[in-house]
Write a protein that binds this ligand. Structure first.
Ligand code: FEO
Ligand code: CA
Ligand code: CA
Length: 632
């Protein structure tokens, strides 16, 4: 029994007097009783005790829903904080729902498809804050009046203007929070904003283009998925599916191993920027591709500052960046590469964090060591597998990463981090999405959202990726050796294996024992911890409500007690949305959550519900009517 398992078993025994059954909540047992028949009454009784014993979860779990609305537990309310197209300044053009608004207008408005976000309270004022919010991509069907792919340079410019990051000021107003239009901090960083490349790969030949012979000045950040917040008060925005924005005017163009590994294809992926902007044409500007796929650091309190792409953290399809600290005070950044069969990484800074002088950390992320994770096969337990793992250094000249394997320098290792990680045979994961670190015990959680190709293509079934053709996903957890995020070793387990107990009996497809018909979900993606250690789970899954996904309804947000494993459904989003992006007010009485691409396939007019209106991605503020802490 690992230390981790011992701790969990002890917690559970203390709470409900159980011995070996793991992860039992009220819903879990009632659900199991309903599904399996009548011989589980005693377990149901125990389950009620388990629920009432949870010190963390104080709300009533809600049912799945398919309505074009936000659904919340009794006693909770929500309001829209900001929506796509909202002008950040009073003199900026208003949102034009017709789709005829210009690129210049979009550059002055809140971006589309909000994703990861962080809140930065003003020093000494917990009712005033800045929020940095990613705008991941855009929906052509709503962005343009013609509703199709871009037809002109202006169209492409508008799409680029809709992505990146929005920095906004927010203030408490009564029960909720409001966006402050015209704040001097309000700012858009978009697909054509000046950004500098910094760290070991900056200035490398592969980063130079005809427009930037220095290899250190790049235009734009786009496909900004999720985020990180540093202890020194800066925001990290993570470039994910950047490759999709590139194509080639030469349909026969042959791509090299590095270009192929990052997935670039001549025909683009329906984004088609290369047809109207030569910067994205691989036949004309192949090195432009290498200037994207990084983690970008932004100082939200300095609207004039130039963001920096931190090349020391490696180039891949970054999901988010979770900060931690080693025992000796250095910064750790945990990162997932969201593609089937790609890896989980860890960066450890060379220097210690200066907690007394935040500005002294301005280049901390330019020097350090990148690692990639290797997981063992684990114990093979179907309900709750666990095992060991280690971090392997991705440094030129070590671990077989050198000229013989195709790397001339550390810059090349970082630009082609995926290729370097393959040299050391890192574990191919089920699409790593968000990673978060528990504020109470330092354990690290990572969503492995799904992987329909697990079992094919050199991706063995087992360890933390236990299911072939995995359509539901799981949440992986690891504990650093000696509770030191700088350690080379860790132990892991699966916190939950998602599934559908209404369609499949038992594990693995019915999910682990903390999944039941009342809390089931698929494709966990966003994650967030509040200060008390509640784990919030946001989904980006199949919302067909049919087949393997029958009974799951729209995408949703759940809340888990990490010590008991109990999971309750807290919120259901509107039609055809993804729920992504989470942060909290300093007093934990307001939860901010993002609703991305409502109605991506039609069928939604959320949140305004105007006749023939368009749906608009929005950030929501959620609070308890009695003024209490959300989730408690
Ligand atoms: Fe942008 Fe992997 O989600
Ligand atoms: Ca995601
Ligand atoms: Ca996803």
């Amino acid at each position: 029994m690992s230390l981790l398992e011992e701790n969990q078993a002890t917690d559970l025994e203390q709470m409900v007097g159980l011995t070996r059954r793991r992860f039992i909540g009220a819903g879990a047992l009632c659900g199991a009783a309903m599904f399996l028949g009548g011989n589980l009454l005693s377990r149901s009784a125990l389950a009620v005790n388990a629920a009432s014993a949870s010190p963390l979860l104080g709300f009533t779990s809600i049912a799945a829903a398919t309505s074009d609305a936000i659904t919340l537990p009794p006693g909770y309310s929500a309001s829209v904080l900001i929506s796509w197209g909202q002008p950040l300044h009073k003199n900026a053009p208003a949102f034009d729902p017709s789709g005829n608004g210009t690129a210049k207008a979009q550059e002055q408005q809140f971006g589309d498809n909000n994703d990861g976000m962080s809140l930065f309270a003003f020093p000494g004022d917990d009712n005033r804050a800045l929020m940095a919010i990613n705008n991941e991509y855009t929906n052509y069907r709503y962005l343009y009046a013609h509703g199709g792919a871009p037809q002109s340079a202006e169209d492409v410019h508008k799409a680029q203007a809709s992505e990146g990051v929005s920095v906004i000021e927010v203030r408490r107003k009564g029960d909720t929070w409001q966006f402050v239009q015209d704040s001097r901090y309000n700012r858009r960083i978009h697909g054509n904003s000046p950004i500098r490349l910094s760290g070991p790969a900056a200035g490398h030949e592969w980063l130079k283009t005809s427009a930037d012979t220095s290899g250190k000045k790049v235009l734009g950040t786009f496909q900004n998925c999720a985020n990180g917040k540093t202890p020194w008060g800066t925001y990290l925005t993570c470039e994910e599916n950047f490759t999709d924005c590139f194509g080639s005017s030469n349909p026969q163009q042959v791509f090299d191993a590095g270009q192929k590994r990052y997935g670039v294809v001549a025909a683009s992926k329906e984004i088609n920027w290369h047809l109207h902007d030569p910067r994205f044409d691989m036949a004309k500007n192949p090195n432009e591709l290498n200037r994207h796929g990084w983690v970008v650091e932004i100082d939200p309190f300095d609207p004039q500052s130039t963001p920096a792409k931190r090349t020391a953290l490696g180039r891949f399809k970054h999901e988010n960046a979770a900060l931690a600290e080693t025992r000796d005070g250095r910064a750790v950044v945990y990162m997932g590469d969201d593609e089937r069969g790609e890896f989980i990484y860890k960066f450890v800074s060379r220097d210690k964090i200066n907690h007394k002088n935040p500005k002294a950390n301005k280049d901390l992320l330019d020097h350090g060591t990148l690692y990639v994770a290797i997981f063992d096969a684990g114990d093979g337990n179907a309900d709750h597998p666990k095992g060991k793992g280690q971090w392997v250094e991705l440094t030129h000249g070590k671990n077989g990463i050198d000229a013989n394997t195709g790397f001339a320098s550390q810059a090349e290792v970082l630009i082609h981090a995926r290729l370097a990680a393959s040299v050391v045979k890192a574990t191919r994961m089920d699409r790593p999405e968000w990673i978060v670190v528990s504020p109470t015990d330092g354990q690290v959680y990572c969503t492995l959202t799904n992987n329909a190709k697990r079992g094919e293509d050199g991706q063995p079934v087992g360890g933390p990726n236990p299911r072939e053709k995995n359509v539901y996903g799981q949440i992986l957890r690891w504990k650093a050796n000696a509770d030191d995020h700088g350690a080379a070793d860790f132990s892991w387990d699966l916190f939950v294996v998602a599934g559908n107990p209404g369609v499949h009996a038992g594990t693995p497809k019915g999910g682990s024992s903390n999944i039941n018909p009342q809390n089931m979900f698929n494709s966990p993606d966003g994650l967030g911890f509040d200060k008390a250690g509640r784990l919030w789970i946001l989904t980006d899954g199949d919302y067909s409500n049919a087949g393997d996904f029958a009974g799951m309804g729209n995408n949703q947000m759940l809340c888990a007690d990490p010590s008991t494993g109990e999971i309750r459904r807290f919120m259901v989003g509107p039609v055809a949305c993804e729920v992504t992006g989470i942060s909290f007010s300093p007093d934990q009485k307001t939860l901010f959550v993002g609703i991305q691409h409502p109605g991506e396939t039609g069928g939604s007019t959320w949140p305004e519900h105007l006749p023939n209106g368009k749906p608009r991605s929005s950030v929501m503020a959620i609070w308890r009517d009695d003024g209490g802490i959300v989730g408690a």
